[in-house]
Design a protein around this ligand. Sequence first.
Ligand code: SAH
Length: 235
Amino acid sequence: MNQIILLPEDFISHNRVLLKGRKFEHLVSVLNSQRGDRLKAGLLNGKAGSAFLIERNQNYGILEVSLTEDPPPPIPLTLVVAMARPKSFKKLIHYATAMGVKKIYVIRTWRVEKSYFFSPVLEEDFLREDMILALEQACDTILPEVFVRKLFRPFVEDELPLISQNTIKLTAHPYSNAHFPRCVNKPVTLAIGPEGGFISYEVELLESLGFTTVSLGERILRVENALPAIIGRLF
Ligand code: SAH
């Protein structure tokens, strides 16, 4: 945790915060923070800044906060990703959030196992917790929006044209001869496939909307590894 994310209910006055539970534990056992220490803090979906630990006992800490700074700018990438196995999905959400992605469409493609959609990792509260940990890691405050779309074709035909309007449209596919562009300075809509990959029909439907099918190289990476590699290359 490089920055404590605060929720409105943590505030006991306009500039004082009562820290309990996980965040307080972290403060004590990992950071070994002492009275008078200065920490980084940010209000969820709000401003960031500094916090002084003005009181600490066995059960809680009190911070005096000054939150006047903007969080880092988001990266201009909309992610369209096939639902992955829950363990991978959790990592993917963490890396996407930590790297500044703010819009994520989780879709069902032909090779996605139906049962993945029943996993708790997709439940709002779990997702939120995972994303908050990533915001704390990356010193950001803005939660990404996550949308689940279980029907591939209606999503691609009816929603994706608007979502991807005025963006560079890319489908990540290891079997393409074309390579990912580097250091683009425009917004990107990126489609990433499931563990089993996109089927030809899906790649072609995306191409019909103007998506270019591109590869990162001949090594096939897990979704959660492919995403940071792609973001690093694009931005
Ligand atoms: N078994 C699948 C691999 C899927 S890897 C197949 O044979 O297609 C999961 C997803 O990560 C892929 O659909 C793709 O979107 C992305 N990915 C992984 N490695 C990649 C690479 N080298 N180039 C482009 N995309 C890649």
